[in-house]
Design a protein around this ligand. Structure first.
Ligand code: NDP
Ligand code: 8X3
Length: 252
């Protein structure tokens, strides 16, 4: 049966790969992001290639009024969201706490924590009303272990870990699955954003080993949605084979 999937941050990286994966399987998609042109391109590609229905919603997850307008204003048929994938997120900067830029911190906290909460607050009641649904939060290995200079980004992903667990407990009696997927290093726009457009520095992160791709992450996201009703994967850490934890890489 066709499902309706809402993916935040579908203009690049994991989110874009996740939308492709679900579209290949015939599901309808609500896709979000701030970059309207890219969002519309993704929507067009999905409709033309896979003949699915796609609703692009351009908004900033940090802005509660925009989230409210977008989700509150969904036409009735699009309100039947089967799966919410809270993927939109970012790291900004990599430096010691005593030199941190408050604006970078706020961007990360507002996007990775508050944005995820705003989305969940509006979509979870729609699932509760239908007594079904699946919320998938994209965490990170950075939400399991801190690493030097990762301070606030790690903090936001530890928060995603805690919020995911709390969400699962609260939605338990509403038949809603809650899953966290926590990837290690994956080559997307992530490092380019973290290093504020410094491509050389971003490319360097992935030199000497094979990182995960958006498609790898999308495979796992899709997989956790294919299990029988009685069976949920609560939590999963996925890594490049060449990465043991946040600090240990086998680079050649
Ligand atoms: P990308 O930078 O490629 O994608 C991030 C996506 O998030 C974009 O589509 C971007 O869209 C969207 N986004 C960012 N800020 C906002 C905002 N304020 N409002 C709406 N959308 C926003 O990175 P990834 O695909 O790698 O990252 C996806 C998630 O995976 C993030 O939560 C990240 O923390 C996490 N992660 C990444 C890892 C990696 O190594 N790449 C590993 C582990 C977790 P737009 O700019 O158009 O708004
Ligand atoms: C992204 C992975 O280790 O760069 O969440 O923080 S890491």
């Amino acid at each position: 049966m066709k499902k309706t999937i809402l993916v935040t941050g579908a203009t690049s990286g994991f989110g874009k790969a996740i939308t492709l994966k679900f579209a290949q399987n015939g599901d309808n998609l609500i896709i979000t992001g701030r970059r309207k042109e890219l969002l519309d391109d993704v929507a067009k590609e999905l409709v033309l290639t896979y003949n699915v229905e796609v609703l692009p919603l351009c908004f900033d997850v940090r802005k509660q009024e925009e989230v409210q307008e977008a989700i509150g204003g969904l036409p009735a048929k699009w309100k039947k969201i089967d799966i919410l994938i809270n993927n939109a997120g970012l790291a900004v900067g990599l430096g010691p706490i005593q030199e941190g830029l408050i604006d970078d911190w706020e961007r990360m906290i507002d996007t990775n924590v508050k944005g995820l909460l705003y989305m969940t607050r509006l979509v979870a009641p729609l699932m509760v009303a239908r007594n079904k649904g699946h919320i998938i939060n994209i965490g990170s290995i950075a939400g399991r272990e801190v690493y030097p200079n990762g301070n606030v980004y790690c903090g936001t992903k530890f928060a995603v870990d805690a919020i995911t667990k709390g969400t699962r407990v609260d939605l338990l009696t509403h038949n809603i699955k809650v899953t966290q997927i926590a990837p290690g290093a994956a080559e997307t726009e992530f490092s380019l954003v973290r290093f504020k457009g410094d491509k050389e520095r971003a490319d360097n992160v992935y030199k000497g080993f094979t990182p995960l791709t958006g498609a790898d992450v999308a495979e796992v996201v899709y997989y956790v949605t294919t299990l029988p009703d009685h069976f949920n994967i609560n939590d999963i850490v996925i890594m490049p084979t060449a990465q043991a934890d946040t600090m240990h890489f086998y680079k050649r």
